[in-house]
Design a protein around this ligand. Sequence first.
Ligand SMILES: Cc1cc2nc3c(=O)[nH]c(=O)nc-3n(C[C@H](O)[C@H](O)[C@H](O)COP(=O)(O)OP(=O)(O)OC[C@H]3O[C@@H](n4cnc5c(N)ncnc54)[C@H](O)[C@@H]3O)c2cc1C
Length: 505
Amino acid sequence: MSIRPVPSTTTIRDFNEFWATLRQMLPQLPVVPSPKNVAPAPQVSPLEEALQLSLQNIMEPARVACDAQTLQRYSTQYLYTGAEIPTSNMAAPAAITFPNSEQEIAQLLTWAEERELRILPWGGGGAPYQHKHPDATPYIVVDLRYLNRILEISPQHRWVRTQAGVTWTSLEESLAEHNLTTGQCSPWTTATVGGAVASHSISAKALHYGDLTRNLLAIKALCPAGPIRLSPHPGATDDRLLMLGAFGECGIITETTLRLHPAPQEQLNLVATRSSMGEALTALEILRSANVKFAAARIINTREHSLFSNPTSSSIRQLLRNLIGSTTTEFQLLLNLEGTREEVNSIRRQIEELLREKPLQLAGGDAHLCEPDYAHEALLLQQLREQRVLAHPLTAPVPWHNAAPFLRDWEEALHSILLTTGGHPGKTLTTLWATEDYANLRTLLLGFQPAGADSEPRSQIQDIQAVALAIKQRWHVEEPPTALVSHALSRAGEFLDPNSVMLRG
Ligand SMILES: Cc1cc2nc3c(=O)[nH]c(=O)nc-3n(C[C@H](O)[C@H](O)[C@H](O)COP(=O)(O)OP(=O)(O)OC[C@H]3O[C@@H](n4cnc5c(N)ncnc54)[C@H](O)[C@@H]3O)c2cc1C
């Protein structure tokens, strides 16, 4: 079905309508979801017993789980964070393995290949099913949480070698003892180094430290065809792309070597408040065109911030009441400055002059400058869904020159589709963070599910995604990889994984 955005004459301009409708509905909301709204537990088909026993011969039995509860926890349905929604219901894995050595992984790959089973690498579980296609063949999750050793730190040569299952949080804690940093900020507290490399995740502080292309010195991976080591060589094709951003399609990353930077002497967070996203974007554009050297820049919506910043609020009714009670939405441009004290002070003066705002407000800590705690947010979104509120995030990396018109088009179209599919006006909460080439937008949609819809409004979400895709295509956002790149990657896949053991996209 092709969905066209409703013409702009029907655009909802009164954003408060959503809150008014929600207020009317609030007294009718159940305190706990009614059983019919609770999604049924996903069906699981564990490995047959003979295969389980054979698997336990190559790995310690404690490193293999095939019980229904564990399999369900790793299924798409349980995991659904909103960042990904599989094209159709994908079967739950048939087994979960927890290897703690490369040898175990190598044995597992051979074992799976001989039995025509698929392998799905698993880092922190932020978005493990993104770009994976359903397939009838049973698959086994390889959870890398025990490959979590920092192998070597060289303060003198400024690099660190780690296993792939190390989380960014623990890596940064260890490096802080040496006054060093990778400069990579993770969007998810459980996010692993291997997961970020496999999905080519871009750090919020990439403006200052560069992205993984600049900071990843070497990758070691185990492929079904054997182990490989990848590192960039000047003038040669960058073979790291076989693993960097390949979503583990050709093998499992086991080790990475990352560049290190001196930890900043001074950090400062400034806040400039504006009444609309457009105004906040204009302020950011003034700073960007003057080439101001901030480490990270983010525009947040205070409404979204208030929705997710209080991890102690456990009652969804209370949460909704708080939201309805708050009046205006403000947009905050958050700027993170890093460097020596002199550098930070001079950048601060430059920003204050350019924005003609002196002194700019200071924000404490830098946690919310990197990323909000998405794990906590995912939990709250799930609670909202159980109350039949549509709560769905969308993302779009928009080239800077198109950022303002894209944003207007995007929000108008999303408001229209929320109204058409949900029968009542909805709300969009957009945040933005800056990379060198892109304004990365993340829009949380809050709206109503169609009357009589199932607990999971899949078709409504698919309609919304179709509209989002149409807008992205109109503004040339997220161009699909060129035919040449796809061809090159699939040829490499044939060589590194000739029998398609790895679960593909
Ligand atoms: C709500 C939300 C917000 C997000 N926001 C951002 C954002 O702002 N910026 C951004 O860049 N990303 C974002 N992401 C994507 C996600 O956070 C990143 O992909 C993250 O780095 C994944 O790390 P992980 O360790 O959780 O990996 P997982 O989610 O477990 O895995 C991610 C992918 O990598 C593969 N993989 C994992 N480990 C390995 C390995 N060792 N070897 C081979 N393949 C492997 C998996 O098969 C999967 O394809 C977001 C995700 C969510 C759910």
